[in-house]
Design a protein. Structure first.
Length: 304
């Protein structure tokens, strides 16, 4: 079933100066595709808790025209909040299948779970914030070109199809719009029990474009991470020589965080200066002080 806009019990509550229309989802599994159109703003989806309220779908390529037509939930409205919901695409690792696509500016996801395999989560555009979320996937499972900060989230590497690597990110910043990028702060990287080790390599990301930008800071990286950390997109990719690329790591911990054997690319940065890391905080990277307080979602403003 495909539903446009929102379903569920609606109410209105005041959050700071903004009025949010809330749709409440009871515990249960909702097998449907939901689209929240760009004509809507200040919508909140409130579930009964992640793994209790589940919105699930099973669209994928090649049965759909493109990856962008596969999402279980497609969110385009500005000033959007989702809390306590699991967004799931049940298609396995053999096809690209998006669980959640987000392009509404100033969208927030709090205590949600985003579950899929290839191309699980698409922060497509806008300024976005994810807090205390779980994200599951195999290849490029956080991809596209929004300006997004992930705080206190857990990324779970799942078992891919035979012969494939796991890549957490495929960020797509382009030269015509250099604002995009993904920042993971105080996050954790773990493996699901089905991940075949050590035969499966797990990378922090690969550059979808030559200007790809991703930073991991103050996060816990388990030993599943390949010592090189990052990999090329594929044959013909020239990320290793791109000066537009920005891949950074700052004060991460656990065995997978060692940078001794990381890639030797011009665009790779072992950040040691707080003055560089501070550019990627909620305050500076997504201008969080101007809009996050009105969401009532907790956030860490700085790097400390």
């Amino acid at each position: 079933m495909h539903k446009t806009i929102v379903t569920g019990h609606r109410s209105t509550l005041t959050l700071a100066a903004c009025m949010y229309t809330t749709s409440t989802f009871n515990a249960g599994t909702y097998d449907e595709v939901i689209t929240i159109t760009s004509s809507l703003s200040h919508i909140k989806l409130l579930g009964a808790g992640l793994h209790r309220t589940i919105i699930t779908g099973h669209r994928s390529t090649p049965t759909m025209d493109t990856t962008y037509t596969t999402p279980t939930v497609n969110e385009s409205g500005s000033d959007f909040i989702a809390e306590g919901i699991t967004f799931r695409n049940t298609v396995g690792p053999q096809h690209r299948a998006v669980a959640l696509l987000v392009q509404g500016d100033r969208s927030v996801f709090y205590r949600c779970s985003v579950e899929g395999y290839k191309d699980t989560l698409s922060p497509l555009q806008g300024i976005l914030f994810f807090r205390e979320c779980y994200i599951y996937g195999t290849a490029d499972f956080v991809f596209c070109n929004a300006r997004a900060v992930f705080q206190n989230c857990i990324l779970y590497a799942r078992n891919p199809i035979a012969g494939e690597d796991v890549t957490l990110t495929a960020q797509g910043r382009v030269i015509t719009d250099l604002r995009g990028g993904f920042v993971f702060q105080n996050c954790q990287i773990r493996a699901t029990p089905d991940l075949m080790r050590p035969s499966t390599k797990v990378f922090l990301g690969r550059p979808w474009t030559d200007c790809s930008r991703v930073l991991f800071m103050q996060s816990r990286m388990e030993s599943i991470i390949d010592p090189t950390g990052w990999r090329e997109w594929g044959e013909g990719s020239n990320a290793s020589s791109s000066t537009c690329l920005y891949y950074g790591e700052y004060r991460n911990t656990r065995p997978g965080a060692s940078t001794n054997r990381r890639v030797d690319w011009p665009g790779y940065h072992k950040i040691t200066r707080a003055s560089e890391a501070i550019l990627f905080t909620v305050q500076n990277f997504i201008n969080g002080t101007t809009w996050l307080p009105g969401t009532n979602v907790p956030f860490k403003l700085s790097r400390s």
